[in-house]
Design a protein around this ligand. Structure first.
Ligand SMILES: Nc1ncnc2c1ncn2[C@@H]1O[C@H](COP(=O)(O)OP(=O)(O)OP(=O)(O)O)[C@@H](O)[C@H]1O
Length: 372
């Protein structure tokens, strides 16, 4: 998968940008707050239909403008596509090959992207929310039905929490509407849980090999999906349903008191360990970084396996955060097969060979000029 052309208009601090990008490596260099991440954000938005750093689409419209547009021509094993996203204060319009896409799940997947930013280095150490977001964004790219279920689940969760609050204030213990919601929630939870467990299983296979290679055989990575619903090893969907039903009954009084849903996929997590030692609690910063890098590289391979084409890779200021051996591993792993867009504040720390084969741009106050 490759972005052949990218056009931005009134996006963040960028007035206009028209890039032709047949090459596989693009390097955006500039001081802080000049617009480098904005370029990566526009590519991420094109791929996933949403930004990686804001939920408010209108924040991406240039302050003095009333609309922004991001357009691209992408090519891949399955032909060429034109993607077009228009942002206005009233909302977002997503267009693929001239046809407006009303559902994000029918748009996502045309262009896939893996973003690696400094905050991803905290994926191991950070809160469970960071890891759930990682799963949601990555799994969503290879499974439109996952996005569909997740959207419905999140809506249902809000409604259920409101109902629990209302029931709690009325000191009500049973309500037919809650029974209906629970039935829907159990169905959606089972589907999300199953998809996530399968995803983590597939991701682990790739991540283990990559992690072993980076650590030169010293460490074996393991990833375990931790469900908030009690699950025994080898449990199937019917077993999960049953366990969730029981758990909802057990938690009913607590949920009514607190006015919130206390179990389900929105409380799940993953645990990473190296040589059976939990990296979250006991890992060194280096181990945590290696695990984060292994996950990201594994994701690239998984997307390739599932969609038949490599994603684009967006590296936001991470080269300076990685030591030489991890950096070399990263650059070697993507070389020649993954179109990559990199931001950096300077060229120091990026090896000569990489600079030689990259197209280099200077970014200053939102204007981008290619270096001759
Ligand atoms: N909607 C907007 N309209 C105009 N300018 C914006 C808007 N949103 C952000 N900016 C500006 O964009 C700049 C930030 O750009 P960006 O996040 O791409 O920085 P960067 O070059 O990646 O820097 P760093 O290396 O610090 O991450 C800031 O100057 C900010 O004021």
């Amino acid at each position: 998968m490759q972005v052949e052309e990218l056009e931005l208009s009134q996006f963040r601090n960028i007035d206009r940008l028209a890039l032709k990008c047949p090459e596989s490596l693009h390097l955006f260099v500039g001081q802080n707050a000049q617009g480098k991440t904005n370029i990566l954000e526009s590519l991420y938005l094109l791929a996933l239909g949403k930004s990686h750093r804001t939920r408010k689409d209108k924040e991406m419209i240039r302050w003095e403008a009333n609309a922004a547009q991001i357009k691209a021509r992408v090519s891949g094993e399955f032909g060429n596509h034109r993607l077009d996203i228009r942002l206005t204060p009233r909302g977002k319009k997503v267009v693929k090959n001239g046809l407006e896409q009303r559902r994000l799940s029918s748009y996502i997947g045309t262009l896939t992207a893996v973003l690696f930013a400094p905050e991803d280095l905290t994926i191991v150490k950070g809160s469970p929310q960071v890891r759930r977001r990682f799963i949601d964004m990555e799994l969503g790219q290879v499974s439109p039905s996952y996005i569909h279920d997740l959207t419905r689940y999140n809506q249902l969760l809000l409604q259920r929490n409101q109902l629990l609050k209302d029931m709690g204030s009325r000191r009500e213990r049973a309500n037919p509407l809650l029974e209906v919601m629970d039935e829907q929630m159990i169905g959606l939870s089972t589907s999300l849980w199953k998809k996530r467990v399968t995803f983590i299983h597939q991701l682990t296979k790739w991540a283990q090999d990559i992690h072993t290679a980076i650590t030169q055989g010293r460490e074996k990575l393991a990833i375990e999906y931790q469900s908030a619903v009690p699950t025994k090893e080898g449990i199937d969907e019917a077993g999960y349903r049953l366990s969730l039903e029981k758990e909802l009954n057990r938690l009913r009084d607590q949920e009514l008191r607190r006015g919130t849903t206390l179990t389900g996929p929105h409380r799940d997590d993953i645990r990473l360990s190296a040589n059976k030692v939990d990296i979250h609690t006991f890992g060194s910063q280096g181990q945590q970084r290696t695990a984060a890098l292994s996950l990201k590289l594994a994701e690239i391979e998984l997307i390739h396996q599932e969609t038949g084409t490599y994603p684009i890779l967006l590296l936001d200021d991470v080269l300076s955060e990685l030591d030489d051996s991890r950096k070399t591993h990263l650059l070697e792993a993507i070389r020649g097969k993954v179109q990559t867009f990199v931001t950096a504040t300077g060229l120091e720390g990026i090896d000569h060979e990489t600079c030689e084969r990259a197209r280099i741009y200077r970014v200053q106050h939102g204007s981008i000029t290619e270096q001759g």
